[in-house]
Design a protein. Structure first.
Length: 304
């Protein structure tokens, strides 16, 4: 049986993912749960981590590399930020040790954009960038990382020059459950309507200033002309994603080497949105990217 070299953890606000990795980078075991930062802050970060390490039979001295919200101010140990322009190599060098533990546990820092006109922060996505591009990638790239808070990052020669966060996923949840449009999408859980989604993407991309009006049309169209709950839901989704793409692909942003880092349904939706707008994009699985980034960090930390 292969022996684990380290454990890699992606600790989000509401999710926890752990991989047991051998010296060749092969995944020996995996654990997932909803014990993200919010729950772990109550249960105890050390207790959550040890529970999962014990479940996969990790040795008592196995080192652990962590990215994500465990390093936030409200997390386990604050890992701080690397300021833009942020060399991805600086992420590797900035890992913070968790004190008082019997094993070596390191948490990677995030990235901060300390610009008064466009302040922004990311935590976790920097590790996806490490995995997707490497820390010494030459040339320019524009990377879209969808999620509850989607990130768009401009990379120049291995350095995050600037980035922007869009609350697309959170807005979709809020609009779908906390506004009058909640009635329009009842019963749409298992259904899809690609045509409605694509039409909404195009409309929002062409006329982003009409965003609030485009969203209300979901209700008025259903009242006046009928339509399925699936069409309503996909219209909301397409409108919000179209708005995000309108900003992310605005004049002045690099259009070459566009990379989408996503998985699951988000990967399907964003790829469809880019295709609808005839924008070429290469896709990288988000889970694979974060795992590759954590592996780079582990190699830099324990093989120096």
């Amino acid at each position: 049986m292969n022996q684990a070299a380290y454990a890699a953890v992606d600790w989000g606000t509401s999710s926890f993912r752990l991989w047991l990795i051998d010296r060749t980078g092969h995944v020996l075991a995996e654990r997932r749960s909803d014990e993200g930062m919010t729950r772990a802050a109550t249960i105890g970060f050390a207790a959550v981590l040890q529970g999962h390490l014990g479940a996969v039979g990790a040795a008592a001295d196995l080192p652990v590399i962590i990215c994500g919200m465990a390093g936030a101010r409200q997390g386990w140990v604050e890992a701080g930020y690397v300021d833009t322009p942020a060399p991805l190599a600086a992420i590797l060098a900035g890992a913070v040790t968790v004190p008082g533990q019997s094993r070596d546990i390191r948490i990677l820092p995030g990235i901060a954009q300390r610009c008064t006109s466009a302040p922004d922060v990311m935590r976790g996505e920097e590790t996806q960038l490490l995995g997707a591009l490497g820390n010494d990638a030459a040339g320019e790239a524009l990377v879209c990382m969808p999620g509850t808070h989607s990130k768009w990052a401009e990379i120049r020669n291995g350095t995050v020059a600037r980035f922007a966060t869009f609350m697309t996923g959170e807005l979709f949840a809020a609009i779908s459950h906390g506004t009058i449009l909640a009635h329009a999408i009842l019963g749409a859980e298992a259904a899809e309507d690609r045509s409605a989604f694509q039409h909404a993407v195009v409309e929002a991309f062409k006329t982003p200033a009409r965003a609030a009006n485009l969203l209300f049309r979901v209700r008025s169209r259903q009242l006046l002309f009928g339509g399925s709950p699936a069409a309503a839901r996909e219209t909301i989704s397409g409108t919000l994603i179209g708005l995000e793409l309108a900003a992310g692909l605005a004049k002045g942003a690099p259009r070459g080497n566009l990379t989408l880092v996503a998985s699951g349904r988000l990967a399907v939706l964003y790829r469809l949105a880019f295709d609808t707008l005839s924008v070429a994009v290469q896709c990288i699985d988000a889970d694979a990217a974060v795992l590759a980034g954590l592996s780079r960090a582990a190699a830099a930390t324990w093989t120096r």
